[in-house]
Design a binder for this molecule. Sequence first.
Ligand SMILES: Nc1ncnc2c1ncn2[C@@H]1O[C@H](COP(=O)(O)OP(=O)(O)O)[C@@H](O)[C@H]1O
Ligand SMILES: [Mg+2]
Length: 274
Amino acid sequence: MTAQLTTAQIEIRDLHKAFGDLEVLKGIDMTVERGEVVCVIGPSGSGKSTLLRCVNLLEEPTSGTVVVAGSEVTDPDVDIDRVRRRIGMVFQSFNLFPHLTAMENLTIAQRRVLRRDKEEAARIARANLKRVGLSDKETAYPAQLSGGQQQRVAIARALSMDPELMLFDEPTSALDPELVGDVLAVMRSLAQEGMTMLVVTHEMSFAREVADRVVFMDGGVIVEEGPPASVVGAPEHERTRTFLARVLDPAAAPLRTEEAEEAPPGTGTVRKDG
Ligand SMILES: Nc1ncnc2c1ncn2[C@@H]1O[C@H](COP(=O)(O)OP(=O)(O)O)[C@@H](O)[C@H]1O
Ligand SMILES: [Mg+2]
């Protein structure tokens, strides 16, 4: 069924996802209304990325329904490419084409997927580079940009496709700390412009200031959700309190134990900025 089922931009009902025997999402219900900013927080391995990836079918849910902008993406007959075009996604790793300039990174999908002509694609690209504060970097290659600048190019690239909603998966986690603020500022202004945003982040100050709602996930379930002042400011559940204590004081106990164990020696979780 592809009829308008809801006015929500994202509606997730009883979503389950397993990888073999590993049950990663154990019945997620979530709604994101048009213009709403929802931040998802939770420990490494709790299923946050899998949840986002189920929204645009980078992962196929095991069961449950996901409706995005009125289209049920879990309908086997859905035109998923058409739905994906309406969803902008920004990952931790920026995924820019290294052999293309910032401008070319922004125009290539506009031309190939949306069939825009060269001039229109360039005009839209320029407007979006300006939006993220990088008008002077049109001709720069990714290697000539800092990590923060690359991530802002990645956001501008997503915006150039005129998405109806944006998914962010830990967009600042790979950045050196001094570069995080510029990326968050771009996200904050997007939120103020009314973009619908589902954001996985460990940036609690961003969640507190920008999110309409915060969702705390642990072990493949939503433990609690509500306004940031409640979930981050005065959490009800012990698991939420434990998590927040670790995020706010990482020295007290490592938050990302799983990732630290998985990473090859010397790679760390913080990307060097080039
Ligand atoms: N493609 C996959 N195949 C097998 N297991 C996976 C896959 N993707 C994620 N997982 C596992 O699912 C769990 C949740 O992962 P993820 O959604 O990335 O969590 P988070 O983003 O909260 O850190 C982890 O145990 C992870 O190892
Ligand atoms: Mg993740």
